[in-house]
Write a protein that binds this ligand. Structure first.
Ligand code: ASP
Length: 395
């Protein structure tokens, strides 16, 4: 449900900027951070500042006809068609002359492309560095790689890494080098944006999930999520998306229930401020949204955690950790299928961060249904990443 805001309720500056087809600049007084490393620890005002900025970009994109605010729910739409999130024409020149470096040490489809689109939408240039074909495959540390790219003069580093805490490590490495006088002031000003570090956080995914929930329930004015309940279903323990969702959603007032088998959803997660349940069917009838997670076999395999050894197989046939008894049993107990969706509230939505393993955590008919917000989430990813880049680079 796209929310309409009457012009009288918005600042005349914002309305004027929108009339001119340019992105308005909402107040950034609640933002003074150079980096976005996670959502945990951000205040409600800080979260709202990013989300309100994203909302302004969303409106500006709609005004120039490059991005629609009307919900689209069909899977498999042509992502390169006009009006899709892959349109990279700048809507503002605010980051003109700035360079954003994408440092992806782990596979990514949506996040890497989305950050590139977001940077270009604001007039920035982008540089891509993947682990294959670079010195990362020669054993260089993440800190050294990042310091070298920073020394070439980028303004922001968007980093994905398999190790939890990698982005904090880079941030501290650059700070130390600056302290020692080994890099100049401009390198010390490089913003680090976490694009997913191990099991820790994926803050822009958390923000786009919040944005999608807020849009569906008409909360885009306030981003006040009180009264809404989200279930995060699946491999929560290994999920950086879940940790960012829990942090951001609970700070904005939502109730979050993590659901899955005990091996994937340990009771200890409650220390993050959510509830834990192992009984999906009793939870589903009470929630306003479900965020469905993939079983992240690769993270179990590398963790050395109990149960991580073995020859579990994911739906695609790749080897993975032995974290569940069988994929079939998991799907029986926890897959979101049409029968389960039928028991949910009439307006409740289904989210998924992607990539989907169809038939495991989500059946294809549900993934492609009207309730599925998967592509809407991807569209929102661009505007929240624009907001994150803009605020951190202008901190
Ligand atoms: N794309 C998300 C992530 O990077 C979710 C997943 O991989 O399953 O964590």
């Amino acid at each position: 449900v796209a929310q309409r805001v009457s012009p009288s309720r918005r600042s005349s500056k914002a309305a004027g900027a929108e009339r001119a087809g340019t992105a308005p600049a909402p107040s950034s007084s609640s933002w003074s951070r150079q980096h976005l490393l996670g959502l945990r620890g951000l205040s409600g005002d800080e979260l709202r500042t990013i989300l309100v900025r994203a909302r302004a970009y969303d409106r500006a994109m709609a005004r120039v006809g490059s991005h629609t605010t009307a919900p689209t729910t069909t899977m498999g739409a042509d992502a390169s068609a006009p009006g899709s999130a892959l349109d990279t024409r700048p809507i503002s020149n605010e980051l003109r002359g700035r360079t954003v470096g994408n440092l992806f040490f782990e596979d990514s489809t949506r996040t890497r492309v989305s950050f590139s689109v977001a940077a270009r939408r604001l007039g920035a240039q982008t540089v891509d560095l993947a682990s294959v074909g670079s010195s990362i495959s020669k054993g260089e540390t993440v800190g050294d790689t990042a310091a070298n790219i920073a020394a070439m003069g980028v303004d922001a580093l968007v980093i994905r890494h398999r190790s939890s805490g990698a982005c904090h490590l880079v941030e501290r490495t650059l700070a130390h080098l600056g302290h020692d006088g080994r890099v100049g002031a401009s390198q010390q000003r490089v913003s680090i944006i976490n694009a997913g570090d191990g099991r820790h956080e994926h803050p822009t995914q958390g923000l786009l999930d919040i944005y999608t929930l807020a849009e569906r329930y008409g909360r885009l004015d306030s981003f006040d999520l009180r009264g809404l309940t989200l279930a995060i279903v699946g491999d929560v323990g290994a999920s950086r998306v879940a940790r960012s969702d829990i942090a951001g959603m609970t700070t904005l007032g939502a109730r979050v229930i993590c659901v899955g088998p005990p091996g994937l959803v340990p009771k200890a997660l409650e220390t993050l401020g959510c509830e834990v349940s192992h009984d999906l069917d009793s939870v589903l009838t009470r929630v306003d949204a479900v965020n469905v997670l993939r079983i992240q076999f690769e993270r179990h395999e590398s963790s050395g955690a109990p149960g991580a050894a073995g020859a579990g197989t994911n739906a695609g046939g790749a080897k993975g950790g032995n974290v569940i008894a069988s994929v079939r049993e998991y799907a029986e107990l926890y897959a979101i299928n049409a029968q389960r969706v039928a028991r949910m509230k009439r307006d409740a939505i289904i989210m998924h961060p992607g990539p989907i393993n169809r038939g495991v955590e989500l059946t294809a008919d549900v993934a492609d249904s009207q309730r599925s917000m998967v592509l809407r989430q991807v569209t929102h990813g661009v505007v929240v990443r624009m907001a994150a880049l803009s605020l951190c680079l202008g901190h």
